[in-house]
Design a protein around this ligand. Structure first.
Ligand code: LLP
Length: 425
């Protein structure tokens, strides 16, 4: 149990959250290392250990301070990066280059140079222009690059529009159009500096049904077959992206096997029937690895009751440490950490401190009545919270603490005012 209540106080991975707030200040991101490791263990036991050649590249965009990159290194899994900054962080943390893959719809030349130079494991090519640049860089540096080609599988999924990426009208990937795709694939196969390794897709985020991944896998398999027929070339990997849902309030997270076993079965089946060399399967889970492992601690400030309308309970953070409610209407839940056992008699809206009406953290929550000075905990903030934090209104970015079985350690210092203006000339 990573969450438990003792003496009316919420404990997280064995640590008293009120004490953590006192020790480090608020707002504060707190991550359960036990939970992150448990998730990675699940990936190993149900996927990596069962399917030869399988690969897990944690999507660093969800949360990638050095400390998280070191967990990836120590767990000996891979990481998917989407910028020079994430690549730099992964390399700094000592993740082996072979364990890094690079995604993105507009990788900059200097980012690609860094990737080729450091000989990372895979570059996921998003278009012809990019592939030309990679070839040019490889020639200039006397290197080769292992690539996957990202397709848009044209699968519609049920998720928020902003986090759906695999549909036809998308800035990501290469459309299902033979006139575009086939010349590009021929070039990849024939290039002496490219090792054309596989096909990649990513269809969206926060999914709870496996049908979309399966549908897209079918599209990728048909392409594998076409490539074999047309060019006599064997594809060695299909990367099915991330998107596995996490629990925020009452959704039920599905085990990885729910998504992955049917994919593996489909691949085995299809390749057997069509006499194809079976490609290995790679995945890029981000949210599902870290969302539930993270919580945010706030201190309650101003409380405002508008009679007959709503009670606003303001906290010392908000959209600057968690943009997701404002950006995606994401729904969270939480409790007053120092009243965790009290009856939920009150209804209130937790709002942030930014000058923006949309800066709402949780709308119409039922819980124990908070008092100014109480500590409020928001659950499941581990993915895309810290990584999307901003300095809007010149609020500082909170620190990050890792907890594990009752022990705590600071892994990111809270930003100070001096830090915040240090680049301003
Ligand atoms: N691979 C690729 C190529 C992706 O574009 C993404 C997410 C992932 C993997 C990881 O997906 P996940 O397992 O985390 O669902 N900021 C948004 C999420 C954007 C996701 C973009 N791509 C949010 O806070 O909901």
């Amino acid at each position: 149990m990573i969450k438990e209540v003792k003496n009316n106080v919420l404990y997280f991975d064995g640590c008293n959250t009120v004490e953590l707030a006192k020790k480090y200040g608020t707002p504060l991101y707190v991550y359960s290392e036990s939970d992150i490791h448990a998730r990675i263990r699940e990936l190993k036991e149900t996927f990596l250990d069962r399917y030869p050649g399988a690969r897990v590249a944690y999507a660093g965009k969800a949360f990638l301070p050095l400390s998280m990159a070191r967990i990836i290194r120590d767990e000996d899994i891979c990481v998917d990066v989407v910028s020079g900054g994430e690549l730099y962080t992964a390399l700094k943390a000592g993740v082996p280059a072979e364990h890094i893959e690079f995604n993105g719809n507009n990788k900059l030349r200097n980012e690609l140079e860094m990737a080729v130079e450091s000989e990372i494991g895979r570059i996921i090519v998003d278009g012809l222009q990019e592939m030309n640049v990679i070839e040019e860089i490889c020639r200039a540096k006397g290197k080769t690059a292992r690539i996957l080609i990202r397709i848009t599988p044209n699968v519609k999924v049920s998720s928020h529009d902003y986090i759906v990426t695999g549909k036809k009208d998308s800035k990501f990937g290469i459309p299902q159009d033979d006139d575009i795709l086939m010349p590009l694939i021929r070039q990849a196969i024939e290039s002496p500096v490219l090792d054309f390794y596989g096909i990649h897709f990513h269809i969206g985020s926060q999914l709870f049904e496996n049908e979309f991944h399966l549908e897209a896998t079918q599209v990728a398999l048909e392409l594998v077959k076409k490539i074999k027929e047309k060019f006599g070339y064997d594809i060695r990997e299909i990367n099915v992206g991330g998107g596995f849902g996490a629990t925020y309030t009452d959704e039920e997270r599905k085990p990885y096997s729910y998504f992955l076993d049917p994919i593996m079965e489909k691949v085995t089946d299809y390749c057997g029937k069509n006499n194809l060399v079976k490609p290995a399967i790679a995945i890029e889970p981000g949210r599902s690895v870290v969302a539930e492992a993270g919580i945010t601690l706030y201190t309650v400030g101003a409380i405002k009751e508008i009679p007959g309308v709503r009670k606003y309970v303001a906290v010392d953070g908000g959209m600057t440490d968690n943009i997701r409610p404002a950006l995606y209407q994401a729904v969270y839940t939480g409790v007053v950490a120092n009243r965790a056992n009290e009856p939920k008699k009150d209804t209130y809206t937790i709002c942030g401190k930014c000058c923006e009406s949309g800066d709402i953290v949780i709308k119409d929550l039922k819980g124990a009545a908070p008092q100014t000075g109480d500590i409020f905990v928001v659950f499941s903030t581990g993915a895309y919270g810290y990584s999307m934090a901003s300095n809007y209104n010149k609020n500082t970015i909170p620190g990050v603490v890792f907890v594990r079985e009752g022990r705590d350690r600071l892994v990111v210092k809270a930003q100070s005012y001096e830090d915040m203006i240090s680049r301003e000339i």
